[in-house]
Design a protein. Structure first.
Length: 74
């Protein structure tokens, strides 16, 4: 182990780091952003339909199994 406290090591490491490069102004055009929004809307609608279908399937399967269990157990 080193005799130097960890806080000094951290401060030295931070002081010696190069400055971060500035981010580009905007990598996407307005047309790209509109396309992303359109794709997001379509994906959201598809996910909603899928989850709704799976929920209804689960309700139907649960109902069938419940009735089957009630009939078999009597």
């Amino acid at each position: 182990m080193s005799d130097i406290p960890a806080t000094e090591l951290t401060a030295d490491a931070i002081a010696n780091e190069p400055a971060p490069e500035p981010a580009p102004d905007d990598p996407f055009t307005d047309e790209d952003i509109r396309g992303f929004e359109s794709d997001d809307i379509k994906a959201g609608q598809a996910i909603t339909k899928m989850l709704s279908t799976l929920f209804i399937y689960t309700l139907i399967a649960m109902s069938i199994v419940s009735v089957w269990t009630a009939v078999v157990s009597n």
